[in-house]
Design a protein around this ligand. Structure first.
Ligand code: BTN
Length: 264
C-alpha cells in the first residue's frame, strides 16, 4: 500500500541534468527501493535518474537484512535509479564509491571535517552514523541493467530508539532544522557529478577520492573477525570493494562486509 502525493518532471526543484529530474514523492510506502524495483520491473522504461522519495517508510530496509527506521517527515529516505551499463560487473564497487562521494560532498559544506565515509558506504560524523545506503544492482546478460540506490539520512530527527547503533542527525549536530528538499537537491547534483566522472573513465579519481574520505584510514584500531578481536590499520579498499587491513605483524588481510566488524 502506498500513497502518491506528488509527481512531476520538474527542473526547478532538483538542480542538475538528470538525477532527480523525474521526481516522485510518496506519502507512505514500505520501502522506496521496493517501489522503484517494482516500477522498473512492471512498467514502461523508467528514465535514468528517477528519484523516489518517501515521507514515511514503514518497512525500510538496511544492509545485511537489517531494518531502516526513520521518523516520518523528518529525514531523507529515497532511492535513485541509475543504469550503469558501462560498468563491468566485476567493478560494481566503483558505483558504491561514486554514490558515497556524492552524498559526502553534498553534506561536507554543512558538516565539515568530522564527516567521513565508513567502509563500505555509511556516512559517519565522528563516531556516529548519519546515514547509509542500500544499493541493489539488477544484473542481466553480464551487465548492470539497473542500479537501485537507496539512501537514508538522519536530518531533523532528535530522538532515536535505544538499541540503534550510534545514530546522529544533522539537527543534533547543528541544532537547527534543515529543508529536506534542499539537501536532496544537493545530493542529486553531487551524485550526478561523480557518476558522470565514473562514466567518463576517471576511475583513479573516484577511487582515490573515496579512499581519502575513509573513516579510520591509516589509524590503528580494533576490529572483530571470526569471533576474535584484532588490532589493525585500514590501508586500502580493493577494486572489488574488499577492505584491506594490515594486522599488527604487518600482514595485509582482505575482508568482505560479513567478515569484519569495527569495534568502537
Ligand atoms: C544501512 O545503512 O543499513 C542502509 C540504509 C538504507 C536505507 C534507505 S532509506 C531509502 C531506501 N529504502 C530502503 O528500504 N532502504 C533505503
Amino acid at each position: 500500500m502506498w500513497f502518491l502525493i506528488y509527481y512531476t518532471l520538474q527542473n526547478n526543484i532538483i538542480s542538475g541534468l538528470f538525477v532527480g529530474q523525474n521526481f516522485v514523492l510518496l506519502k507512505e510506502v514500505d520501502s522506496t527501493n521496493n517501489f522503484l524495483k517494482e516500477l522498473v520491473s512492471n512498467s514502461k522504461p523508467v528514465i535514468e535518474g528517477t528519484v523516489i522519495m518517501a515521507e514515511n517508510q514503514y518497512a525500510g530496509r538496511g544492509q545485511q537484512q537489517n531494518g531502516w527506521f526513520a521518523e516520518p517527515g523528518k529525514n531523507l529516505t529515497f532511492s535513485v535509479l541509475l543504469k550503469p551499463h558501462f560498468l563491468p560487473v566485476t567493478e560494481q564497487f566503483d558505483l558504491v564509491r561514486a554514490v558515497s562521494l556524492g552524498v559526502f560532498d553534498a553534506l561536507e559544506p554543512l558538516l565539515g571535517a568530522g564527516l567521513k565515509i565508513k567502509w563500505p558506504n555509511d556516512i559517519y560524523y565522528h563516531d556516529r552514523k548519519l546515514g547509509g545506503m542500500l544499493i541493489e544492482n539488477m544484473i542481466q546478460g553480464g551487465q548492470i541493467k539497473n542500479a537501485i540506490i537507496g539512501i537514508g539520512l538522519n536530518i531533523n530527527q532528535e530522538n532515536f530508539a535505544p538499541g540503534m547503533a550510534n545514530p546522529v542527525s544533522v539537527k543534533q549536530i547543528l541544532h537547527k532544522d534543515y529543508d529536506l528538499r534542499t539537501i536532496l537537491s544537493d545530493i542529486c547534483s553531487h551524485i550526478e557529478a561523480w557518476y558522470l566522472k565514473l562514466k567518463a573513465g576517471k576511475i583513479a579519481d573516484v577511487r582515490n577520492s573515496y579512499l581519502s574520505r575513509l573513516y579510520w584510514l591509516n589509524e590503528e584500531k580494533t576490529f572483530r573477525t571470526k569471533g576474535q578481536q584484532i588490532t589493525g590499520t585500514i590501508k586500502n579498499v580493493c577494486y572489488n570493494g574488499l577492505l584491506v587491513v594490515e594486522n599488527n605483524i604487518g600482514e595485509e588481510l582482505e575482508f568482505s562486509l560479513k567478515e569484519i566488524e569495527f569495534v568502537h
